[in-house]
Write a protein that binds this ligand. Structure first.
Ligand SMILES: [Fe+2]
Length: 273
């Protein structure tokens, strides 16, 4: 029997307190609604959805309870298990309070750190939390590095790893300086040691659909559902890449094959209509 797993990787939805909230010129809730509809229409029903962070909030409008209630009302239209990673704009406590998760095993007993694992079709997913609220770069606490090492050491099957921040240099000058996991060398050491046990590492934060292959490890970034950053940006605020469409990734694993398809939203929205 061929084992097959397909799931949705979504990221950086940046919802506000109200449906009408606009984030850098786009209505984030309206855009997420069209993504939810698109996921509904998929021919092969994904087994779960995972969001790699910045579910709610942005610089102008910090995440609040109302933002997560809005998020839950949109995501709950999808009748599949959902999992969330904490981003720099998220409030991990409110996130866990208001969003419904699929069945998971919590690995760090701390409401402020969202570290857990879950399993589908015998394939384990590990969620790490490198978020520092309000900080553009991430940091993985030593306890999480220990957990990662232990999970990978014990694994007999290939694992999926999820976090918000890029765990490697991307070749994008400014992002590499400001937006990565700062202690990525320690992280990379563990990943490299167990690379044959890793199917792929998934992240968000860069607001762009990109894939990287380095030292035998496959890295996948999901686009934002709201707006895309330009990887050529040289300063903050980051320039937008108007050519890069909004969307999400559909990931399919079949034996040792990892297939990533970015589904783009073609609808154009006019503001303040
Ligand atoms: Fe973001």
């Amino acid at each position: 029997v061929t084992r097959r797993l397909s799931f949705v990787h979504i990221s950086d939805t940046h919802l506000g307190k109200t449906f009408e909230y606009t984030c850098r010129g786009s209505c984030s809730a309206q855009k997420l609604e069209s993504v939810v509809e698109s996921i509904h229409r998929l021919k092969e029903k994904p087994e779960f959805l995972i969001h790699t962070g910045d579910v709610c909030g942005d610089k102008e409008s910090p995440a609040e309870a109302a933002s997560y209630k809005l998020a839950e009302s949109l995501f709950s239209q999808l009748k599949i298990p959902r999992f969330f990673v904490a981003g720099n704009h998220d409030d991990p406590e409110l996130l866990q309070m208001h969003l419904q998760f699929g069945v998971r095993t919590v690995l760090v007993e701390d409401i402020k750190q969202l570290v857990y694992k879950f399993e589908f079709e015998g394939i384990q997913s590990l969620v790490l939390d490198a978020s520092i609220p309000g900080k553009l770069s991430g940091f993985l606490p030593p306890i999480q590095l220990e957990i990662l090492e232990q999970e990978l050491r014990q694994a007999s099957e290939r694992q999926l790893i999820f976090l918000h921040y890029p765990p490697l240099e991307l070749g994008a000058k400014w992002m590499d300086k400001e937006m990565l996991v700062t202690n990525r060398n320690a992280l990379q050491e563990i990943l490299l040691c167990y690379r044959t046990k890793i199917a792929a590492v998934f992240f968000g934060h860069i607001h762009h659909s990109q894939q990287f292959h380095k030292n035998g490890i496959f890295y996948v970034a999901a686009p934002s559902t709201v707006f895309q950053f330009s990887l050529a940006s040289r300063s903050r605020p980051l320039d937008l890449d108007e050519e890069a469409p909004c969307g999400y990734n559909l990931v399919t694993l079949e034996e040792d094959l990892v297939n990533v398809r970015t589904i783009v939203m073609r609808t154009t929205f006019t503001n303040n209509q």
